[in-house]
Write a protein of this length. Structure first.
Length: 518
């Protein structure tokens, strides 16, 4: 079956993640062959008035060697009630009778609305990556502490700073929104709240009474609690339903210093953690899983989430190196298009036996993830170690497209696997727990700075009249080394205040006879 060009007067492109060349291009005038259950097409349109766009989709089938029009569908502005969702469009014959339907997922990407500094093309790292030895990234700071043993509570200011002192080049942490829409650092979408049981027998209990007699644990989403409530309530990890567990608790002692407490804000982390350590900010957004369960339903709208997080970063990051990432492919696209300063990595699980895979076809395999990252012009892919230990093909394909490759996963907690990814696969970055414990290390950016200073001091000036101050020259050299090797990327019209974009993904196309049709 072939899809003919949608009749749109705006900039309109299409890519096919299931094809060898996944990059966006103008749709062929004769249409594109689409196979149900195999192909995944994405159409994108840029417009100054996305809310008033309409689409006409024509479908053709090959009958006796001739392409015949099987039906056409119309998507009017009313077909898209929100900024994200699924639309089912009727396919109509030329006589107006229905012959089937076409299902499309749609996404509206709005310009950044929250307060932020003016975005210019002076500096852009969106597609720039300076090749170095493999960067080492501290997972949630010094590592997962709620389901494994770690020296300090994960995703706290202390954990992030401790990883920086241990020589981490970057620290990775998760960011999501509270009920009052504050961007906080925390991994899970839910926590357990301790609630005292309502029973008269409480009066007869002693101080040494079994905690299970007086306390119930109730699961609640982070999005349903305000930031002040998260700091006030007694909380536990969602996996700790047994009150007698020995793992680190989410809520610590009453007199703990702020740096040890959970739920620091993103703005606090940007302002207080050593600026020489880079941030890999994972934007958390709940997704549907293949087992039919949703990670966290009725979540905030995507544009709002991204706008709040980007506003915090653009206002507080200074000169810190920052890379965004997310398991949600739409979040990756939005972060990349709403700003032009920081790069984005697509996080993927790939083929795994450890986690429930996501329903989204774009994250179904590592190879599809590579195609998506290449087609949407992301910096690269953050692969799961389990998949790459079985095959190196995804990394080779990423290299073919000039993409950056990071790796995350529990397998990285052994020196043997670390060396394999660093010395054999030559990946660009590895994210693991307890950084600096297996072997002592130093932040690569500090090492480079010291080497550069040493070179400047060792180079005598030929004549006093041509002497350039080391500080000035170092600043120039630093700016040059961080300039995109591919030049400045094209200015996206999405940076204009009145411009938006629409992505439409074709995932299910059906042309079937309906009753009472001719």
């Amino acid at each position: 079956m072939a899809l003919r060009r949608s009749e749109v007067k705006e900039k309109h492109e299409k890519n096919a993640l299931s094809h060898k060349d996944p990059c966006y291009r103008d749709q062929d005038e004769e249409g594109e062959l689409f196979e149900n259950g195999i192909d995944y097409f994405i159409f994108r349109t840029q417009s100054v008035a996305v809310d008033f766009l309409g689409f006409k989709i024509e479908t053709y089938a090959l009958c006796d060697g001739v392409w015949k029009n099987m039906g056409q569908a119309y998507a009017m502005p009313s077909s898209f009630p929100g900024d994200f969702g699924k639309a089912s469009l009727l396919l109509l014959k030329k006589n107006g009778l229905p012959v089937g339907k076409i299902d499309v997922d749609y996404l509206f990407i709005r310009p950044l609305k929250k307060p932020h500094p003016p975005q210019t093309m002076t500096v852009s790292y969106r597609k720039h990556w300076k090749k170095r030895t493999t960067l080492e990234v501290g997972h949630r700071g010094m590592g997962n502490s709620y389901t494994k043993f770690a020296a300090t509570r994960e995703n706290t200011l202390h954990s992030l700073e401790a990883a920086a002192k241990k020589g981490a080049d970057y620290v990775e942490f998760d960011v999501q929104l509270t009920k009052d829409k504050v961007a906080v650092v925390f991994h899970d979408f839910h926590v357990l709240v301790s609630v005292a049981k309502r029973t008269p027998s409480l009066l007869n209990l002693t101080c040494d009474a079994d905690k299970r007699q007086i306390v119930d644990l109730h699961e609640i989403a982070i999005k349903d609690l305000k930031h002040a409530q998260l700091r006030l309530l007694h909380l536990d990890h969602v996996g700790h339903h047994d009150l007698d567990h020995n793992m680190t608790k989410v809520t610590g002692e009453i007199n703990e210093a702020d740096e040890y407490r959970p739920f620091p804000t993103l703005a606090e982390a940007l302002r207080t953690v050593d600026p020489d350590v880079g941030f890999n900010i994972e934007v958390k957004y709940p997704m549907m899983q293949k087992d039919g369960l949703h990670e966290c339903e009725n979540y905030f709208e995507r544009n709002e989430v991204i706008d709040i997080i980007l506003s915090d970063v653009l206002n507080n990051a200074g000169n810190r190196r920052i890379v965004f990432s997310s398991f949600d492919p739409d979040i990756c696209t939005m972060v990349s298009l709403k700003q032009n300063k920081y790069p984005v990595l697509f996080l993927c699980v790939g083929d795994t036996t450890r986690y429930v895979p996501f329903l989204d076809q774009r994250s179904s395999t590592s190879l599809t993830a590579v195609n998506f990252a290449a087609g949407t012009e992301l910096l690269g892919v953050n692969f799961h170690s389990e998949d790459l230990l079985n095959t190196r093909v995804p990394v080779d394909r990423a290299n073919h497209f000039g993409l950056v490759s990071f790796v995350w996963g529990d397998d990285l907690n052994t020196k043997e696997n670390l060396d394999y990814f660093k010395k054999t696969l030559l990946v660009d970055g590895i994210i693991y727990d307890r950084i600096g414990e297996i072997e002592e290390r130093k932040n690569i950016f500090l090492v480079e700075r010291e080497v550069k200073r040493g070179l400047f001091k060792a180079s005598p000036s030929p004549t006093p009249s041509r002497t350039v101050s080391f500080s000035t020259f170092e600043h120039i050299a630093s700016d040059t080394s961080e300039t995109s090797s591919s030049g400045s990327p094209p200015v996206s019209v999405l940076h204009m205040p009145s411009v938006g974009a629409l992505n439409i993904s074709t995932t299910n196309l059906a042309v079937v006879p309906l009753s009472n049709t001719s």
